[in-house]
Design a protein around this ligand. Structure first.
Ligand code: PLP
Length: 475
């Protein structure tokens, strides 16, 4: 279906005070004019790259075809071997010049062309639908700048709970009020979201944002179903909020069923009930951190042009732009891959994480059966499990002491769930990452956790604490 987008004037009232009052960096404002044909620019204080020590930058890439990861993981073989056919890529001339020089605030035109191709390919979203993109220093950079572009202190944010700890701290720093919306195994509970919104007090400003991680959520591993997404889009139209689709694990989907469409894709395919514009309420955050490199710090945001303009104004006075070198490396990599190579790499990465997840699931069953409860994730890199702990003196059970103190003392490190609860509520849940460890380390880690849990049960049955209070909370 064709997209009709909300007019730019719609966003004027939802931008934050700071976004509306921000003064543009005067150089950044006219930077793009350097590209006008025939113009001789005396504008930017650019260094002369011939004085830089680099004369070329070379890197090699491994093949994108999916090796037999499950087999290699099971038998402990290396995933990449010296004998693999590697492609050598070299940045020289104009490519090198671009990699070493200042660039456009929103990202290099060549990278943005590639990203446009990806958004069309993966989400069916084309240019000319009232949206654009900006590349940031990882998606976290874009999340923070988007939050700043929209939120005033005291504003309300609907947030999937539990959720990514990095945004809880971010929204806190923007001094907004977080309203938890619980999850179940299908994603955020849209019925609860509806109840919250329909009983919203008349004297309070309505929430501007709903934040969620739809694929392999960090920390819960949950993948939101298409049905839930549709219901949430309907609610965003009824109650006028922007969906923050924070989706770094989209390409790490390894479920048996076809990958559900994104919010970004669905909003275009869903007509509104009253024929008003259907697109413009999704701000989508993508990241290459889990797919290509976390250290390159490459992420990007796609969404309504006025919000993106506010984000760029922020970048203009903070990071200026993300690394030109990382962008140039990505462009060269994508040019060598093509879209088919990109897809092959995605298949290879998701096959790898599926195999890792299977190893972890088997070890969970072996060591924690009867001591914990969990669902096996279909995307991402996290297992979220509930420890079957006795309730504390206040009647609530919480994993913090056991994980932070006892398990750590016994040589196993994981994250207690409390850090992922926007309201800081106690929880018996724990997050474990399955991305790195090999099978023997997974088994040893979970064996130690089992030992700790059994010892804890024993201690509780005798009403004694194994570790003196003074020694608790090691980290
Ligand atoms: C849900 C979620 N959002 C955002 C980020 C930040 O990713 P990036 O490395 O692109 O800044 C992470 C990183 O772990 C994450 O899990």
């Amino acid at each position: 279906m064709a997209a009709s987008h909300l007019p730019d004037s719609y966003y004027a009232s939802i931008l934050s005070e700071s976004a509306r009052s921000r003064r543009a960096n005067p150089i950044r404002k006219v930077y793009h004019l350097e590209n006008e044909p025939g113009v001789i620019s005396l504008l930017a204080g650019k260094p002369n790259t011939t004085m830089f020590p680099f004369t070329s930058i070379k890197f090699t890439v491994s093949p994108t075809t999916s090796p037999d990861y499950p087999e290699r993981i099971r038998t402990g073989q290396p995933l990449k071997s010296e004998g693999d056919q590697r492609t050598e890529i070299e940045l020289t001339g104009q490519d090198l010049e671009e990699a070493l020089q200042y660039g456009q605030t929103e990202g290099s035109a060549r990278l943005l062309d590639w990203l446009h191709g990806l958004q069309e390919h993966l989400h069916g979203r084309s240019r000319g639908e009232g949206w654009r993109m900006s590349v940031g220093v990882g998606s976290q950079d874009m999340l923070y700048k988007a939050g700043t572009a929209l939120l005033n202190p005291g504003d309300y944010v609907l947030i999937q709970a539990p959720t990514y700890a990095g945004v809880i701290a971010m929204f806190d720093s923007l001094k907004c009020n977080l309203v938890d919306v619980p999850n179940d195994s299908s994603g955020t509970r849209s019925s609860d979201l509806r109840n919250i919104l329909s009983s919203w007090p008349a004297d309070r400003p309505k929430p501007k944002i709903f934040y969620n991680v739809p694929f392999g959520c960090n920390p819960t591993g949950i993948t939101t179903t298409e049905q839930r997404k549709r219901e949430i889009i309907e609610l965003s139209r009824e109650h006028d909020f922007i969906i923050f689709e924070d989706d770094p694990y989209f390409n790490l989907y390894f479920g048996d069923a076809p990958r559900p469409p994104s919010f970004f894709q669905l909003e275009k395919s869903m007509p509104t009930k009253d024929g008003s514009p259907n697109v413009g309420r999704v701000l989508r955050f993508d990241s290459f951190s889990k797919l290509i490199s976390a250290g390159m710090r490459m992420g990007w945001v796609s969404g309504p042009t006025p919000i993106l303009n506010a984000i760029d104004m922020h970048s203009g006075i903070s990071s200026v732009h993300s690394s030109s070198l990382s962008q140039a490396m990505l462009v060269a990599l994508f040019n060598s891959w093509g879209l088919d190579g990109f897809d092959a790499h995605v298949r290879s990465v998701s096959t790898f994480y599926r195999a890792k997840c299977e190893v972890f699931a088997a070890a969970m069953k072996q060591h924690l059966d009867g001591l914990a409860e969990w669902d096996v994730p279909e995307a991402g890199m996290f297992f979220w499990f509930k420890l079957l702990l006795p309730p504390g003196p206040d009647g609530e059970s919480d994993s913090s002491d056991l994980i932070q103190t006892k398990a750590f003392k016994n040589g196993v490190l994981a994250l207690p769930g409390i850090g992922f609860m926007p309201d800081g509520r106690k929880t018996p849940y724990v997050r474990a990452a399955f991305s790195l460890l090999d099978e023997s380390d997974v088994n040893e880690a979970l064996r130690r956790l089992r030992e700790t849990l059994l010892k804890d049960r024993e201690d509780h049955s005798g009403e004694t604490s194994a570790i003196p209070v003074a020694e608790r909370k090691i980290w």
